[in-house]
Design a binder for this molecule. Structure first.
Ligand SMILES: [Zn+2]
Ligand SMILES: [Zn+2]
Length: 176
């Protein structure tokens, strides 16, 4: 089972839609109780939040959660050590991952509000990070959900699906 962990005030309709899609892909999903945005995560110099603080809180939640994998969702802009920004981050083979909605929202790029585009991007990034939690690494196939995306154009180019080879690896991992 997948547990969605909202940080602070996240659009509940979007979380519900995400949960419904993750249910189709991974079998079961529920929305857990929200956690506060970790205060110490904010870096005023960058105007962004350090994703490690979010992963740590999800790791704490994991200790008492019955879910196999837990995915944090925040509308804060996330970064990690050597990257300008990240759409999300995961522990490979772990239980915790996090995604940021900030740069998935068309409005971030000065475009008009587009809920269905935001929802599709959110599903793609959630499946990508949960794929890492399942043990998958980045894939060279540009349409595979496990391709590394560094820009929103690359997010839009990929699909929400695992390619055949990632699917095979996934089955292999699950069988062990
Ligand atoms: Zn990745
Ligand atoms: Zn792939």
């Amino acid at each position: 089972m997948i547990e969605i962990v909202p940080f602070g005030d996240v659009d509940h309709g979007l979380l519900r839609d995400l949960c419904a899609e993750l249910k189709k892909i991974f079998g079961d999903c529920r929305i857990g109780e929200a956690l506060p945005v970790p205060e110490d995560s904010y870096n005023p110099r960058r105007g962004q939040h350090d994703s490690m603080y979010f992963l740590r809180l999800i790791g704490d939640r994991a200790k008492t959660s019955k879910a196999d994998k837990l995915i944090g969702v925040t509308d804060k802009d996330l970064y990690t050590a050597n990257l300008n920004f990240i759409f999300g981050q995961a522990e490979i083979n772990g239980r915790a991952c996090v995604i940021s909605l900030r740069r998935l929202d068309p409005r971030f790029y000065g475009m008009k509000e587009d809920y269905s585009l935001l929802r599709e991007r959110t599903v793609k990034e959630a499946v990508h990070e949960l794929g890492h939690c399942l043990g998958l690494r980045h894939c060279p196939n540009k349409s595979c959900v496990m391709v590394f995306s560094n820009s929103i154009i690359e997010v839009d180019r990929k699909t929400r699906n695992f390619c055949e080879s990632c699917n095979d690896i996934n089955k292999e991992i699950q069988a062990h």
